[in-house]
Design a protein around this ligand. Structure first.
Ligand code: VG1
Ligand code: CO
Length: 544
């Protein structure tokens, strides 16, 4: 195998965000841009010679080309074996599973997740470590330092690899395996859930379902598992063919972007269950007939009912949620006597807790939930969890949610996103909030009196690493909260996220409309952050 070394110069914008490096495709297409980042990953690793690297992506535009480059660089850097999803495809949770199952050294996942795809849209790249999870901050910080000094990279001068056929080949001492992206994942799901029971419930008509794959990676996974294995009517999975531009849409499973599913579920004669997933398959939206389940409630309901699922029948060790996620799961943990951890946003912070066995389930308000079965959030896993739960309880989604609220009270929740805000204005908003923190406690607006106001920082209970500046929290004496933070996954300007929640214990008021119930808090949020005033906008870009 002939190896060529290219000289290069650093780019100054390769700092990984919440979930890897995400940029416009055009940025990645600059000379040596992708190569610099990939080589900086390899330069941050020790002792990987001869070991296994997993490669796959969500199939968006530039995926195929990037994979070929990475194969040649991984071979030149000395990896012994590459395991690649057929067509260069692997959902994020499937990649995590493959890394774990085949004891790989790590994996590179190509995805910009819920961001749009296409020549003028987004691409992304992320490194996952040997536990199958996103590399921790310690690694991404070192990687960023390496991107600033990189001056060369080696690349193998070999032909492009045929990724369309499953098989194995040896190229210059490197073993290259192209595998079915779905098989290992489907096998894992069958071990976790009661497939026979779900199958019976579908056959008996207790469960009818629609799954919107949003022209993204879960199409083949969901079609195989839900239709072929579990017997859902053909066509239950729609938008099932992955497209490089996701059909022009945002592959983001919320009511704004998964509007086809939303119309079905809120319309006439809906099926009993509806779900959607995102670009790379790690997010999920769960709906029932005429009801949307907030991701924070979904996590709480899963925690409360974990014992109904075969893999968690013996109970769970603990739970975790990201800081802006509602406190619904905390109430379940409290009642069940389970430890509950509050982490910064991003799945990488759950890895240590899962590895140490401190938690079994975890989730985020951003339509992500998962368990110790892999080290990424997992969209289809959440869907199967709900199907298994419905089949066991023989109740509708609506009844399950309402019963949960009756027991625990309801954390009424919503998130307002202001996207593509001028970065200086966004930083000004954060600075303005920061300056108010010390004077806020004690201030009142109507029923809302500030109990605490701080900037979240996290000390990992396993390795004691500290992560500062993880968002601004304003807590009120009645248990309500407002959280502000800037997104770390956007590619244009800055995105301000405002998370609002209010706890309702009065059983006669549980079914209120969230937007109405949160009006006052949303007004207080504006008073504090002045996003409308400072940007001239009249409403958020997206409300979820
Ligand atoms: C967003 C979400 C966060 C999630 C991250 C990656 O990050 O808020 O909860 O972990 O996306 O999800 P941010 O920094 O933009 O708020 V995925 O499905 O895009 O990999
Ligand atoms: Co995703």
């Amino acid at each position: 195998m002939k190896i060529k070394t290219h000289n290069t110069t650093p780019y100054d914008d390769q700092k990984p965000g919440t979930s890897g490096l995400r940029k416009k495709v055009k940025v990645f297409q600059q000379t040596h841009y992708l190569e610099n980042f990939v080589q900086s990953i390899f330069n941050s690793l020790d002792d990987f010679q001869g070991k296994i690297l997993v490669l796959g992506g969500d199939g968006r535009y530039f995926n195929r080309q990037a994979i070929q480059t990475i194969i040649k660089m991984a071979a030149a850097n000395g990896f012994g074996e590459l395991i690649i999803g057929q067509g260069g495809l692997l959902s994020t949770p499937a990649a995590s599973n493959i890394i774990r199952k085949y004891h790989a050294f790590g994996g590179i996942v190509l995805s910009a997740s819920h961001n749009p795809g296409g020549p003028d849209e987004d691409f992304g790249i992320k490194y996952n470590v040997s536990n199958g999870g996103p590399a921790p901050e310690k690694f991404t910080d070192a990687l960023y330092q390496n991107t600033k000094t990189i001056n060369s990279y080696p690349i193998a001068e070999i032909d492009d690899i045929d990724l369309d056929n499953v098989g194995e080949m040896q190229i210059g001492g490197v073993n290259i395996r192209v595998i079915d992206p779905v098989a290992d994942y489907a096998e894992l799901m069958a071990k976790i859930f009661d497939f026979d029971l779900i199958k019976q419930s579908i056959a008996a008509g207790l469960i009818t379902l629609k799954f919107d794959a949003m022209h993204a990676i879960t199409g083949p996974y969901a079609t195989h598992i839900l239709e072929d294995v579990l017997g859902a009517t053909p066509g239950s999975v729609f938008n099932a063919i992955p497209l490089e531009d996701f059909g022009g849409g945002h592959p983001d499973p919320n009511m704004a972007h998964a509007h086809e599913l939303t119309e079905i579920m809120l319309g006439n004669n809906p099926p009993t269950f509806g779900a959607a997933s995102d670009g790379d398959g790690d997010r999920n939206m769960v709906m029932g007939a005429h009801i949307f389940v907030t991701p924070s409630d979904s996590l709480a309901i899963m925690a409360a009912n974990a014992r109904t699922i075969p893999a968690y029948a013996k109970g769970i060790s603990g739970v975790a949620r990201s800081m802006p996620t509602s406190q619904a799961v905390d109430r379940v943990a409290d009642k069940l006597g389970l430890p509950c951890y509050e982490t910064p946003t991003g799945w990488k912070f759950f890895g240590n807790l899962l590895d140490a066995g401190k938690i079994t389930l975890c989730g985020e308000e951003s339509f992500g939930s998962g368990s110790n079965h892999v080290r990424e959030k997992d969209g289809l896993w959440a869907v199967l969890f709900w199907l298994n739960l419905i089949a066991r309880k023989r109740q509708s989604v609506e009844d399950i949610v309402h019963e949960h609220w009756q027991t625990y009270g309801r954390d009424i929740y919503c998130r307002h996103d202001y996207e593509a805000v001028d970065s200086d204005i966004a930083n000004g908003i954060v600075e303005h909030l920061r300056n108010q923190l010390s004077s806020l406690p004690g201030n009142s607006w109507g029923d809302y009196t500030v109990k605490y106001a701080d900037e979240f920082s996290y000390t990992d209970p396993v390795d004691n690493s500290v992560s500062n500046n993880q968002g601004i929290r304003i807590g009120f004496t009645n248990g309500s909260r407002i959280v502000f933070r800037l997104s770390g996954t956007g590619t244009v300007g800055a995105t301000l996220r405002i998370y609002v929640e209010r706890y309702e214990r009065d059983t006669s008021k549980l079914k209120q409309d969230a937007q109405i119930a949160l009006t006052e808090l949303v007004d207080i949020a504006e008073l504090l952050c002045e996003v409308k005033k400072r940007t001239g906008r009249t409403e958020p870009t997206v409300i979820t």
